[in-house]
Write a protein of this length. Structure first.
Length: 272
């Protein structure tokens, strides 16, 4: 069992409850990563379902849980011949922290799409760049678990040269030898810095709602992540992420609504 498997493990306590232990190695800015929390919820929801894969998840983030013991309450809502829906709630100290509706199904290994968009253009890994290791006091423990190599055009904000467009692209691998699976994809869709960094904003950007879809079982190898935003307004922004596997197949999609960490300078252009 890998350390990621251990960190996301959900152990059945009774028919509607799973015990989990939230791992402090998956934090960003001192708070547990939303994609990591969804992987934990998905483990419990799949175990409580007759199907093998979490194909659609819609989650509301009510408050930030702390590392340590917690429970997942599951409520089966519907089970049909091809899908089953489960409500999964992450509970800690008697309070709900994340509420998710998860639809499960069983996907076909190696299935080829009937039609697909093309993956985005991306420099090869040798021409991409890693972000500097965060300072220990930053609370960015997640960075040590991931091997992210970014398209240099999308991380100009590091040097005060933000592109002005909310977009980020990166190659993704886990540092430990873990091949991608549905739970790794749940982490991947929320693994990059907030897309608004490239538009000139900075600071922690807490997720309000995140929906993601598992579209296919990923092939072994690195993943390509491509994130874009459409609107930054009234202290909130959206972020869409596509995940492409090593065979160039679209394997996951997500959209989230998040809060801005800090308002951009007022002279910044409002449009690309």
């Amino acid at each position: 069992m890998t350390t990621f498997d251990q960190a996301t493990r959900a152990t059945r306590a009774d028919a509607t409850t799973y015990d989990v232990r939230l791992d402090d190695g998956y934090a960003a800015a001192g708070r547990l990563n939303g994609g990591y929390l969804l992987a934990v919820l998905a483990r419990a929801a799949v175990d409580a379902s007759p199907f093998e894969h979490p194909i659609s998840t819609a989650a509301q983030f009510l408050r930030s849980p702390a590392p340590g013991p917690a429970t997942v309450r599951v409520e089966p809502l519907r089970a049909g011949r091809s899908t089953a829906m489960v409500r999964a709630t992450l509970v800690q100290d008697g309070a709900a922290h994340v509420e998710a509706l998860i639809t499960n199904a069983t996907l076909t290994t190696g299935a080829e799409p009937d039609w697909s968009a093309e993956p985005p253009r991306m420099p090869p890994p040798a021409e991409c760049a890693a972000l500097p290791a965060p300072k220990p006091e930053s609370g960015m423990t997640l960075s040590a678990r991931l091997d992210l190599l970014f398209d240099p055009d999308t991380i100009g904000w590091r040097h005060g040269a933000a592109s002005g467009r909310p977009e980020t692209r990166a190659w993704f691998r886990m540092v430990e030898p873990v091949e991608p699976d549905p739970y790794v994809l749940a982490l991947a869709v929320d693994s990059m810095p907030p897309v608004v960094y490239s538009a000139g904003f900075r600071g922690w950007a807490p997720t309000v709602e995140l929906t993601w879809h598992l579209r296919a079982l990923p092939a072994p190898g690195p993943l390509l992540l491509a994130a874009t935003g459409r609107l930054v307004s009234d202290g909130r922004f959206d972020e869409d992420v596509e995940v492409w596997d090593a065979k160039g197949r679209l394997v996951a999609q997500s959209r989230q609504l998040a809060l801005l960490g800090r308002v951009a300078p007022p002279e910044r252009s409002r449009r690309p």
